[in-house]
Write a protein that binds this ligand. Structure first.
Ligand code: F6R
Length: 233
């Protein structure tokens, strides 16, 4: 079931997204959340930081991370999360998880899947969407992958993320959660800001389900809330 909510502007989208996260955490103080990075959730994270809600029992798992950037690099997704959320709420460091790429990447992916699978319930998966319809870094391809895996980023993704990298090249590879944990989540919250994103979401949710447009699989999920606004993030 997909419900779409059109928000007046980016502020309204961020307010609504934060409310949904806060409701989830109030209902279950030990909630398990899947979290995105990128421009779109920045407003939502700002509201969560201001909320003074109790995150001490909450566990988080991030969707993805660039390969070849150390965790402390300013453009790593770990640094992004530290800046936009972790530094401002009382999440316990041992309840925060990221996919890792250092060393044996296949082994790292397997460990991340084992970590995810150990949770009997995932309450909420929050997603952004790429200009090419990717969710996490599950890029358009002939197939979708259930588990955590290494991915070569699509040219479109690297071009879109160039804005975050001043002089350096955008990493070519990343490690991403697969589709399975998103489907285990009780609820998916998909955020899309800007006309281009709205158009991709429309295509993904109203046409055929295809791995060429990864977000289209969300049509098969039991409970998806899409927050859309034409205003960019
Ligand atoms: C990032 C992620 C990506 C982004 C997507 C949109 O963790 O999973 O799927 O959500 O690339 O990014 P923005 O919000 O920067 O347009």
């Amino acid at each position: 079931m997909v419900e779409s909510i059109i928000c007046r502007d980016y502020r309204a989208l961020s307010d609504r997204a934060a409310e949904i996260v806060l409701d989830t955490v109030r209902t279950n103080p030990e909630a398990v959340l899947i979290l995105p990075t990128g421009s779109t959730p920045v407003g939502m994270y700002a509201r969560l930081r201001k909320s003074e809600a109790d995150f001490s029992g909450v566990s988080t798992m991030n969707l993805d991370e660039y390969c070849d950037l150390p965790a402390e690099h300013p453009q790593s997704y770990r640094s992004f999360m530290q800046k936009h959320l972790f530094s401002g709420v009382n999440l316990q460091p041992e309840k925060i998880a990221f996919p890792k790429w250092e060393g044996n990447i296949t082994e790292q992916c397997r460990r991340y899947d084992a970590h995810i699978e150990a949770f009997p319930r995932i309450d909420l998966a929050i997603l952004g969407i790429g200009p090419n319809g990717h969710i996490g870094f599950n890029e358009p391809d002939d197939y979708l992958i259930a588990g955590t895996h290494e991915v070569v980023l699509a040219n479109e993704t690297r071009a879109a993320n160039k804005r975050f990298f001043a002089k350096e090249a955008v990493p070519e590879r990343a490690v991403t959660m697969g589709i399975a944990p998103i489907f285990r989540a009780e609820r998916v919250l998909l955020l899309a800001a800007g006309e281009q994103k709205c158009a991709v979401v429309h295509r993904a949710l109203s046409d055929k389900v295809t791995p060429r447009l990864p977000a289209s699989v969300l049509q098969l999920h039991k409970h998806v809330t899409v927050l859309l606004t034409e205003e960019g993030s």
